[in-house]
Design a protein around this ligand. Structure first.
Ligand code: FVH
Length: 292
């Protein structure tokens, strides 16, 4: 399948993100068919020239390329189970957020129905779609990615992460895990400073330059982890990194120490195993142990 501008695309799911994806396709001149469970959400796109059949079967058979951007894994099955049998030979690009195993299950389900499946993970907000700030990760068969790439590139910088359909989701969720725990740490700090009357805005102004500078340490810790030697000289040791005083200070101020206590638990586990003199980055080994 080739995807020049004239290639039609069906978009299923017209929430904030699905609508942005469909609008970008219309902007680029693609014949676009849209479908949403609540039909009113198709009105604005229909006014811009999108076809909007009322039945899902008409939508998924309108074009050989179908893009889904629904709420979750369950809504994928709820929407497509009744019609997947009619999509044999089509390509399904799924941009719905799922876990890696849910993406793998959807890939096998599509394969059983003779549907080519590519999984995608959007690293952007709806207003970013169609701009150079947007990024979307993909995984699944390379030839499917290559075939539909001209359409994918309408939305964002497209990155191919490998044949395992779970990889796009895994790498997306890994980055979100880093982001959310970083924000939780910031908000915990804001609550500690707030216990003495500092506003969160004032704390943000002070914390942002410091925390931004600290991110330079990611590459350093990554090199230690990848090198597998936590004893290399010049590292901040786990003994030195003991955070029990921060946990205590938080409690003294009446602030829940949960985020920093979670880090302290990882440090304590490594010290208990006799690694106190080794680098802080060694907490990676405690986290990784759950996967083995
Ligand atoms: N919005 C964002 O910033 C993020 C960026 C990162 C990736 N996410 C994921 O994209 C998926 C869709 O997100 P969304 O922002 O478009 O979400 P909503 O605006 O809440 O729209 C949800 C759509 O899903 C439809 N839907 C929900 N349940 C069902 C169902 N059981 N059967 C069929 N469709 C369903 C819903 O339809 P309706 O309620 O209007 O009838 C909307 O079209 C999502 O995976 C994000 O994690 C976006």
């Amino acid at each position: 399948m080739t995807t020049p501008e004239s290639t039609g695309v069906t978009v299923l799911g017209l929430g904030a993100m699905g609508s942005a994806l469909a609008a970008a396709l219309l902007d680029a001149g693609h014949a676009t068919t849209v479908w949403n469970r609540a039909p009113a959400r198709a009105t604005a796109l229909s006014a811009r020239g999108a076809a909007a059949p009322s039945g899902i079967a008409d939508a998924v058979t309108a074009h050989p390329l179908v893009v889904a951007c629904l709420l979750d894994h369950a809504s994928m099955h709820e929407t497509l189970d009744p019609v997947l049998g009619r999509m044999r030979g089509s390509t399904l690009v799924n941009l719905t957020t799922t876990t890696p195993n849910e993406a793998r299950e959807l890939a096998a389900w599509a394969d059983r129905h003779g549907v080519r499946y590519l999984d995608g993970a959007i690293m952007a907000t709806p207003p970013m779609i169609g701009t150079s700030d947007a990024s979307i990760l993909y995984s699944g068969p390379r030839e499917v990615f290559d075939d539909v790439r001209p359409v994918l590139d309408r939305w964002a910088t497209s990155t191919y992460d490998g044949a395992d359909p779970g990889l796009a989701s895994l790498f997306d969720l890994a980055m979100l895990s880093g982001m959310y725990t970083m924000f939780a740490g910031f908000l915990h700090g804001a609550a500690m400073a707030g216990s003495a009357g500092m506003t969160a805005t004032e704390f943000a102004a002070r914390a942002t330059p410091f925390l931004s500078a600290m991110t330079a340490g990611f590459a350093h810790d990554a090199a230690v982890v990848d090198g597998g030697d936590y004893t290399v000289a010049g590292q901040q040791s786990l003994d030195f990194s003991d955070l029990s005083h921060i946990v205590r200070a938080s409690e003294e101020q009446g602030v829940d120490p949960a985020p920093v206590a979670a880090v302290q638990a990882l440090i304590s586990a490594q010290i208990a195993q006799g690694h106190g003199a080794e680098a802080f980055a060694r907490i990676y080994e405690s986290l990784r142990a759950r996967a083995e």
